[in-house]
Ligand binder design. Structure first.
Ligand code: ADP
Ligand code: MG
Length: 398
């Protein structure tokens, strides 16, 4: 993979950096700045090298046209603080404002352009449209640095097409993330466990196929667990359920058994009458979820079981909270898994947390990034890497 060093002398060069600044916002208040913290070092490094740094990124899912609620402007202040230099802002991406802003940059100065996804070409399914937008972006720069690990699994103009138009290299964040993914996929120290949870069930089931070939243990919680419980013939009440994936889950359970991979499912769950913190809730056995209740966390017995199954592991990858952790009554399972990872990290195990909500969860529960081996900024990207897929944004940097 080409790195920034391969780009040669950068002083006076306009360097377009694709960062992942897609932070959760409450109005214009950043509720978790993890992705900004992770993005800052590369921007600082380029500025210190004398480059004219042009940062591009997306926020949320606007529909290919400007939409003020998705403006990137609210991140400018915090990003400036973290980089230690003032970041200026252009109110469009490839228009008048962007051109003038880039033209005005002196060596070592940084500008952030408006949300890439205000332009339909960024995520267009039509390669020619993406290419046309990438050409407009490329006209703003002399070199390209890919530093948004959270988007490298996307074939998008600012990730994929642009790397074919300018001298291109991976930034330090993408480099560091890929190194960790390599450690997970190339001969991980064993026992190697993967903990899966969260709500994006069908997105995450695909990775299980591959994990059955590589991991020793698979611990499943969160919203996806109910499709597995259903596959075992259990009733799951009003819990999250992907009916059309039940057969696939049956297959995974059989495959795992044949391979000698241990699949650990909860034996009890916290079940509530509705998806709210104030709902009536209680612990029930996993094989006796009442028809009018939904499972919103793994139960205390399961939390202990999961912690025990992690205690002797030397490598753990964790994606997806064990429950609806945002609400206090359903946070204990996620807390227990986080604590188990912190404990083995202290004993020298490699622990990796991937996924936006998973990273937010460990921070919300009071853990520090340093308590884990690595907190990945890319949930989808790290899962696809583990699946063994070729990631478009990495392929173009090879
Ligand atoms: P990540 O961003 O880490 O990849 P996801 O986006 O897949 O994770 O899932 C995170 C969300 O899953 C959280 O908002 C959490 O509330 C929700 N969640 C976890 N367990 C459950 C459950 N049992 N029922 C419904 N939602 C759940
Ligand atoms: Mg998420």
């Amino acid at each position: 993979m080409r790195t920034i060093d391969d780009l040669g002398e950068l002083r006076g060069q306009r360097v377009l950096v694709r960062s992942d600044l897609n932070v959760p916002l409450d109005g214009t208040t950043i509720t978790d700045d993890g992705r900004l913290v992770a993005s800052a070092p590369t921007l600082r490094q380029l500025a210190e090298a004398g480059a004219k740094v042009v940062v591009v990124a997306h926020l949320g899912r606007p529909k290919g046209t400007p939409d003020p609620q998705y403006s990137l402007e609210p991140v400018v202040g915090r990003l400036s603080e973290l980089v230690g230099r003032e970041v200026s802002f252009a109110a469009d991406t490839v228009g008048e404002a962007a051109r003038a802003t880039v033209e005005g940059l002196a060596e070592g100065e940084i500008a952030l352009l408006e949300n890439l996804r205000f332009n339909a070409g960024e995520t267009s399914k039509d390669e020619a449209e993406r290419r046309a937008f990438a050409e407009q972006l490329a006209a703003l720069a002399d070199a390209y640095v890919s530093d948004g690990f959270g988007v490298v699994h996307r074939a998008q103009a600012s990730v994929h097409e642009i790397a074919q138009l300018l001298p291109a290299a991976a930034g330090g964040l993408v480099q560091a993330e890929v190194e960790v993914m390599q450690r997970l996929t190339e001969d991980p120290e064993r026992p190697y466990a993967v903990v899966l949870g969260g709500a994006k069930v069908s997105d995450k089931l695909g990775v299980i196929d591959n994990l059955i070939q590589t991991a020793d243990r698979l611990l499943i919680g969160g919203g996806m667990v109910f499709t597995f419980l259903r596959a075992q013939g259990l009733e799951v009440g009003k819990s999250l359920l992907e009916e059309d994936q039940v057969e696939a889950c049956k297959g995974y359970l059989e495959q795992a058994e044949a391979k000698g991979v241990e699949i650990v499912l909860p034996t009890d769950v916290v079940a509530a009458t509705e998806f709210s913190a104030g709902a009536e809730h209680g612990v029930v056995p996993a094989d006796a979820i009442p028809a009018d209740r939904m499972g919103l966390d793994i139960g205390p017995e399961s939390a202990q079981l999961f912690a025990e199954k992690l205690a002797d592991c030397r490598t753990v990858f964790w994606n997806g909270p064990m429950g609806a952790f945002e609400m206090e009554p359903y946070a204990a399972g996620t807390q227990a898994v986080a604590q188990a990872l912190v404990d083995i990290t202290q004993d020298g195990a490699l622990t990796v947390v991937g996924g936006g909500d998973s990273a937010a969860a460990v921070r919300q529960l009071g853990f520090a990034d340093e308590d884990f081996g690595h907190i990945s900024t890319g949930g989808g990207a790290s899962l696809e890497y583990l699946e063994g897929k070729e990631l478009p944004g990495l392929k173009v940097l090879a």
